[in-house]
Design a protein around this ligand. Sequence first.
Ligand code: ATP
Length: 585
Amino acid sequence: MLFRELVDTYERLEATSSRLEMTEILAEAFRRFDPAEIRMAVYLTQGQLYPDFVPLKLGMADKLALKAIAFASGAGEPLVQELMRKEGDPGLVAYIVFQSKKQTTLFSEPLTLKRAYETLEAIARAEGGGSQEHKVKLLAKLLSDASPSEAKFLSRVITGRMRLGVSTMTIVDALAVAFASKEDRDAVERAFNVSSDLGLVAETLALHGLEGVKGIRVQVNRPLRAMLAERMSSPEEILERMGGRCAFEYKYDGVRLQAHICDGEVRLFSRKLDELTAQFPDVVAGLKRAVHARSAIVEGECVPVDTNTGEFLPFQEVSHRRGRKYGVHEAVEDYPVKLFLFDCILKDGEDLTDKPFLERRAALTSIVVPDETVALSEIRLLSSPAEVQAFFQEAIRDGCEGLMAKSVAENSVYRAGNRGFLWIKYKKEYRSEMTDTVDLVVVGAFAGRGKRRGLYGALLMATYDPATDTFQTVSKLGSGFDDATLAALPEMLANDRLAARHHLVDSKMEADFWFQPRLVLEVRGAEITLSPIHTCCFGAIRPDAGLAIRFPRFTGRFREDKEGRDATTSQEILAMYQAQLKRVE
Ligand code: ATP
């Protein structure tokens, strides 16, 4: 398949911001693509080479990519750098310089998708002494055989800036339309949620149709997307929703881990599917001791503990363990953790995602022998608000955040990648005067004044609305930042800078800077109010107003484990607003 076919599709996608049109363009393209190569096409459309859980990532430094562009086009580095300062996008730079080159040179043979993909792969894999030059050479060679449009997208994808505005769920829609029907979308999404691999889903659909995709099951060493919870603010509401009786568990405040165990080997994955095995050797050893099964996928929350008192420590302590390459051994001693297991997704090769919760819990209990590093979550089956309230108090006393209610109905399956009412969180903040913290995504920023001149004065923060796949503004955030963080923000957001508002951002405000909605910050607010200028749940309470968070403060916690679409949803803010009203009444 020619790379040009994919690039033509990208050009068409770039020209629209309608999700429906994007779906149609992609579906039409997927039907035309060679099934044997569709996997590569899907990963590249996602701006990557592999599924999320494979650590090898694209993301060549701009400097190197520009060098390759200058070399391949013969434009010279000073011109390329000047264009970069002006355009801020290596893709556009490449397009411009290759456009002018086009008139003087003839193309060699057309670029195939396979060659483009394999060269990008070789660039991503190159490491060690001399690898930087090698990367530049490989890219320059590829670019010199590319058309201006091909060079544009190659330069974007290699620098981690694909940004077609196509969400994963749009690709899911398009795959369903291309190879089955709109009505079969849920089956396609399920296959993605249990495999976390859109390339695999696309290839299976293209080669074996819907039946093939229905056969995609959970597999050890291939993390699945986490099941998520809704929130509610009283035991009465929760019990009513759950049919009068359900399981309640302690809600531990730490880091969620998905452990894959196979023939004595253990691998750990984060909620975002990053591999964390190397950061938690103590948990790996603990699981090897505690879990007795040939193969298993178990899930739990990893909490920092004070080994002297046995008490839990603030979750921030676990962050000392994440992202570490060196000093892991010291960190294990300085920041000990304990894993509380709460689900069993696979046992001895059997996929348990379709089993009701209590069966999965029984499977978990049958394979785990708890010890000081690995334990089972505290659990009780309750049916009266008074019992729930008492259990909630015990959870708080023991240093937990609150309770997780879990449906025990026949249909209480493990819904990978879904947020729903099969699990409901009930947190302590609802009981106090303060509102809960929320996780908001940065979509824009305002230029600083006075002491903050040259930096960002405030950030424009948004919630996510899954119903419309948009980001809705909810707050202008300026407090809670220390000087070092303030100074670091422009750099942290540099790669997310956009020339204009992102098309999925719904804002009535004009920010000075706009960003790709990616960076998620934990924010504590004093209250939620109605606001005519914010778009979160606009019209839900009053036709001319949205919801806003008043007196927001950054808690200091960057939610690196979350992506833009994992931010607190607009609907959650609405539920919090309603809960807050009830308390006032
Ligand atoms: P979310 O995961 O819902 O997007 P979040 O990461 O901000 O939001 P919370 O809203 O505090 O987390 O609650 C959900 C998280 O609670 C789960 O993702 C999991 O990491 C954690 N958790 C702690 N104890 C349990 C438990 N017993 N069962 C399930 N999840 C638990």
